[in-house]
Design a protein around this ligand. Structure first.
Ligand code: F6P
Length: 512
């Protein structure tokens, strides 16, 4: 069988796993009988993965490993790191791990980012009236927004005091208008972040910013000034937009949007926390890359996380997965991971373009604890859906108080225990069935390095799952139809529209 039409559901390990799922052991039993697949946390530098609360024994785990070995995983992992054309539907290599190496090509892009971010931070690059920049606005959406915004929020402790970084993504004009009413045009710099430099929302917001600069600074051509920078893989388009050649950072076409925070798209991060810290983030990711390539599969963090996801999704019919960081600074992690996982693995055809008959990526959702405990945890404990949880916490947090931090961590441990072991009661309302799995990812401290490891861990988890499912993690055709229809709706000729759409359009009335 050719690997591009590999069907995991036709392997003997898949059949074995189906049988094992019929009599899936309870978490409690595998622990008390000492049959658990991975009894000790896996530790890599300042990040540990505690796998104690899964009803997965050696036989299940070994079958999952066999499935991995039968799949195109190892061929694709080699291809990822060697620059092979593994994004077959777009005929591209996949370059984000290359951004974490010291190749000559990468060094020159990194140096450009370093230079630009430092000139903005130290005030040598200034605005039209010779004032230093105090407000940086990243205009971008999807991967050109979620990664940098999440990282900047997570690394708040490292911020440059004199510079505020803002993020505008949505085409909801109220957002940008609200922001513009609170900042000063003389000291504001816009970064237009867009791989394609054609994204509708981003270009409209960029126009709004340019018009605002024109009006307030009496500029006829604000795009060509230091107030507007572009970060893109489409330099021609950025030049056509009017940006100055010196104010464009480029990156390669083979960097997917959701994997792009390591490229020039991370400019807002470098301005916010400084280039050294940005580099620390990259080094953390490189450390995870190394682990992913060299650790045996049975001790490989991203591989294990992917295998657990497969076990739940393909054999226990689980449809969603919750991400619950016990750290407010990581509050944007669930939405970042939503794009990373759901845009990569929400697929219905294999790499050969054939429809597939097994489920792929889960619905990713979540929010921080303890807040989530007072919102959706009821369903996690007693609802009818089985939702595996990734708890994420910081062991040592000097930015909190010892009492609050201890309480935060104890809450997380209590939730993991309550989910896994439950409690019996004769009153059915107070019966907690337990047997609900979770993993705990514990970071020693919330440093750029550890955060880089965490992000790369999830990137590789997503990659591994996709490789075993034999899908292409690096395209996103599913989002194109909606974009095309929006264009169609903007066209005054609406003869081709279906009745339901016409009726809804009517209810919107004409544009104000
Ligand atoms: O519509 C989805 C998407 O293509 C994402 O994959 C991407 O991150 C986002 O739009 C923004 O694209 P761009 O960086 O080209 O503006």
């Amino acid at each position: 069988m050719s690997m591009s039409n590999f069907n995991p559901a036709l392997t003997t390990s898949w059949t074995k796993l189906k049988d094992l799922a019929e009599k899936a052991p309870r978490i409690n039993d595998v622990i008390s009988e000492g049959r658990q697949f991975n009894q000790r946390p896996i530790i890599l530098e300042g990040l540990s993965l505690d796998l104690s609360r899964h009803g997965v024994d050696e036989s299940i785990f070994n079958s999952l490993l066999e499935l991995t070995e039968a799949s195109p995983f190892s061929e694709l992992r080699d291809g990822l790191f060697s620059g092979a054309t593994i994004n077959i539907t777009e005929n591209r290599a996949v370059g984000h791990t290359k951004l974490r190496t010291h190749s000559a090509e990468n060094e020159s892009a990194l140096n450009a980012l370093k230079d630009l971010s430092e000139r903005i931070r130290n005030g040598t690059m200034r605005g039209h009236t010779n004032k230093v920049f105090t407000d940086i606005v990243n205009i971008g959406i999807g991967g050109s927004d979620l990664g940098p915004k999440m990282v900047c929020a997570a690394l708040r402790e490292y911020w440059h005091d004199a510079i505020q970084v803002h993020f505008i993504a949505n085409v909801d004009g109220a957002e940008i208008r609200h922001l513009l009413s609170s900042i000063n045009s003389e000291t504001t710099l816009f970064i237009v972040s867009s791989k394609t430099f054609t994204t509708q929302e981003t270009m409209l917001n960029a126009d709004t910013a340019a018009n605002w600069l024109s009006k307030h600074l009496q500029l006829s051509d604000p795009q060509s000034t230091n107030h507007m920078i572009g970060v893109t893989a489409n330099r021609e388009q950025a030049l056509a937009y009017g940006l100055s050649t010196n104010n464009i950072l480029t990156f390669s076409e083979d960097i997917g949007g959701r994997y792009s925070l390591w490229s020039g798209i991370g400019l807002s991060i470098a301005i916010c926390v400084g280039f050294n810290n940005f580099n620390g983030l990259i080094n953390g990711a490189a450390c995870m890359d190394q682990h992913f390539q060299s650790a045996p599969l049975a001790k490989n963090m991203p591989v294990i996380m992917a295998l657990l996801g497969l076990w739940y999704g393909n054999f226990l019919d689980v449809q969603s997965h919750a991400i619950v960081p016990y750290c407010e600074r990581l509050s944007l992690l669930p939405s970042f991971l939503q794009q990373l996982d759901m845009e990569s693995n929400g697929k219905r055809s294999n790499r050969a373009g054939e429809p597939i008959n097994y489920s792929t990526g889960p619905i990713i959702w979540g929010q921080t604890g303890t807040n989530g405990q007072h919102a959706f945890f009821q369903l996690l404990h007693q609802g009818q859906h089985l939702v595996p949880v990734d708890f994420i916490a910081i062991r040592k947090d000097n930015t909190s108080s010892p009492t609050a931090h201890r309480l935060l961590l104890l809450n997380m441990v209590a939730q993991a225990a309550a989910l896994a072991f439950g409690e019996k009661s004769t009153n059915e309302h107070k019966n907690y069935p337990g047997n609900r799995p979770s993993s705990i990812l514990l970071m020693e401290e919330l440093t750029p390095f550890n955060l880089g490891m965490l992000i790369a861990l999830y990137e590789h988890k997503v990659f591994t799952s996709g490789a075993i499912w034999n899908i292409n993690c690096f395209d996103q055709w599913g989002v194109e139809l909606g974009k095309k229809l929006t264009q169609q709706l903007m066209n005054p000729d609406q003869t081709a529209l279906d009745k339901a759409t016409l009726r809804t359009l009517e209810s919107l009335g004409p544009q104000d």
